[in-house]
Design a protein around this ligand. Structure first.
Ligand code: TXA
Ligand code: MG
Length: 594
């Protein structure tokens, strides 16, 4: 995406920023420090470096929008752009003021909500770190581009972990996490230099439970990924950018590893070890008895049955009142496991390498053996997904068999994104003729809120059977091939679950609405129109028109308006781009016939 020539210019720009920051650093006195609304400090250096960075980037990339920590307007302008810069002119302003050398200049380029380029410069040493050509590089002071040194993460040795736990940001969750992981060594460095330590293999894991903003981490994330590590949010999926108010959830940045323990993610949030263990042990026993367990995934809550029991699988259909011709997704814990059950084509390999664990389901040709016969319910194709949610992964690993799970709602109705939604649908008794839901593992709301993308990967061209959180653009980007889109075909035979009417609340749904009809509730998007400001039954999917937020709130919104007993639900237009395509797909089905 960025040519060598432009990388060289970006390095020059970063060095200019370094010079400017150092000139202020040397002459800094405390009277030059102001405080922002959130009480974080702001110096003249922040503002001047910001001007140099923003002007420089504009000149080099005139068509790409720039969002900077220090340019408030730029933050309001962004609306799910496909490509944008995230700039933090000085990360570690506190360090800067305290005369510590660990403050940095950060640029990151975001495409389809993932970072594709990152650069961190440390003014104090004039070292620059960046990624280029799928590798991570370190360029020492006065060195030319040709002399950059490649850096790599080290492979995590779990019996001797070095962490970066950030002394300034100790929370109760982090203390809890440290007592679980018991690192061999813990180091403290300020600012985004932490990511450079990870990318150079000096440390293994950086857990973060105190608030951060996107511009604080995006450049580091990009460099770390190119060095062989990655950065996952607490839902186990890779961090994305362009979120609501540019705020990050808790996360874990880490070096090279094939088997990141699920608990390292689970205990980033407030959880009690003992009750978690008890819940999981009980859930595993019940699954093995052939009973159902509802569990969180990053998309929606699933209603799970153990994969080797026809009887357990059948009970899902009874509990949900699901048509028998609608096959289920088998959830497993790794690509190696998945390869036991289906033939992996080239596109399956590339897609899963990029989006697993995560909200992507692939359809493949079933491999023939006793287990797959049950998993695929006798069909010659099987849907598979490795969810990223650490609780889901932990559960599957403990059962050590695939778990078949549809969304944990009654067939045809609105999917559940919280344990409460599941309780509403299957309670108050949680059993019936031929089924028993033994437990709902509650781990808060599903942070994505919309089902996985389903792709038929059997041929040379991928076919999207169900739109979801992994967008067509993201798929095209990694595969560099054409992607077929069955949506416009409505071929129910190929993906039986894609019924024209689905995801339906009790009320009638009307999409792309502008004026109110009688007895209606509204799902709005963007600032609430004047005509609706006095309307009682309004649920805003995203006041700032953020599609991540609309995705997260869609099912809660539909369920909420239903709970008010309105006869009609009217939905304002939502842009049909990026994940808006999946949102509109669900709304179209919810509104079928209206
Ligand atoms: O995000 C998700 O995928 C959630 C969570 C729980 O993982 N699960 C989910 O499952 O949405 P469900 O059953 O609600 O939807 C599965 C979709 C249906 O559209 C179904 O028809 C399709 O996947 N599907 C399953 N097996 C298939 C197969 N062999 N061929 C074609 N489509 C298949
Ligand atoms: Mg800053």
């Amino acid at each position: 995406m960025i040519s060598e020539r432009k990388i060289i210019k970006l390095i020059d720009l970063a060095r200019k920023c370094n010079l400017c920051a150092m000139s202020h650093f040397k002459n800094l006195d405390r009277t030059q420090v102001d405080y922002k609304e959130d009480q974080s400090p702001l110096t003249k250096a922040d503002i001047e470096v910001n001007n140099i960075a923003v002007e420089g980037l504009k000149k080099l990339f005139p068509d790409i929008e720039i969002v900077s920590e220090e340019s408030k307007n730029s933050q309001n302008a962004l609306k799910n752009n496909k490509v944008f810069w995230l700039v933090d002119p000085i990360d570690g302003t506190k360090e800067f003021i305290n005369k510590s050398p660990n403050f940095t200049v950060n640029f990151a380029l975001i495409k389809n909500n993932f970072p594709i380029f990152g650069l961190i410069a440390q003014p104090h040493t004039d070292i620059v770190w960046y990624n280029y050509n799928d590798k991570a590089w370190k360029l020492e002071k006065n060195y030319k581009f040709e002399n950059a040194k490649q850096i790599e993460c080290s492979t995590i040795n779990y019996s001797k972990i070095t962490t970066l736990s950030s002394l300034n940001h100790r929370t109760k969750e982090l203390e809890n996490w440290m007592s679980l992981v018991k690192p061999f060594k813990d180091i403290d460095v300020g600012s985004s230099i932490k990511f450079c330590y990870l990318a150079e293999g000096k440390v293994d894991i950086y857990p973060r439970t105190a608030p951060t903003m996107e511009w604080d981490i995006a450049a580091g994330h990009s460099i770390l990924k190119a060095a062989g590590g990655n950065l996952y949010c607490d839902n186990g999926f890779e961090m994305q950018y362009g979120k609501i108010d540019f705020k990050n959830p808790n996360f874990l940045a880490f070096g090279k590893t094939d088997n990141l323990p699920s608990k390292f993610l689970i205990f980033l949030n407030d959880q009690n070890f003992e009750s978690y263990e008890n819940d999981m042990n009980y859930a595993v026993d019940e699954l093995k008895k052939g009973n159902l367990i509802a569990f969180p995934t990053e998309t929606v809550y699933g209603l799970g049955a153990i994969g080797n029991s026809e009887k357990a699988i059948k009970s899902i259909y009874t509990a949900k009142k699901r048509p028998l011709n609608n096959p289920l997704i088998a959830h497993t814990f790794s690509r190696e496991e998945a390869e036991k059950y289906i033939e992996f084509t080239n596109i399956a390999r590339v897609l899963t390498k990029n989006f697993w664990p995560g909200p992507l389901t692939i359809i493949g040709q079933t491999k023939k053996n006793e287990l797959t016969k049950i998993l695929s319910q006798g069909k010659n194709t099987l849907a598979l997904r490795v969810p990223s949610h650490p609780v889901a992964l932990d559960l599957i690993k403990r059962v050590n068999l695939p778990i078949l799970a549809p969304s944990a709602n009654l067939s045809g109705q609105v999917s559940p994104t919280s344990a409460e939604h599941v309780i509403n649908d299957f309670g108050p008794v949680f059993y019936g003729e031929g089924w028993k839901l033994s437990k709902i593992i509650d781990y808060g709301s599903c942070s994505i809120g919309l089902e996985s993308t389903v792709i038929d990967c059997r041929g040379e061209i991928p076919i999207i059977l169900r739109h979801g959180f992994i967008t067509k653009e993201m798929i095209t980007d990694v595969l560099k091939t054409n992607v077929l889109d069955l949506e416009n075909n409505d071929n129910e035979l190929i993906s039986p679950g894609q019924l024209k009417s689905h995801y339906s609340p009790k009320a009638n749904v009307f999409i792309n609405q502008k004026t109110s009809i009688e007895n209606s509730g509204w799902l709005t998007f963007g600032s609430t129109p004047k005509s609706l400001q006095k309307h009682k039954n309004v649920f805003n999917l995203s006041p700032t028109k953020n599609l991540f937020q609309a995705c997260f709130l869609l099912y809660s919104g539909l369920r909420y308006l239903d709970s008010l007993g309105v006869k009609n639900i009217q939905v304002m237009p939502i842009p049909n781009e990026s994940i808006g395509v999946a949102i509109n797909d669900r709304l179209k089905r919810a509104s079928y016939k209206n």
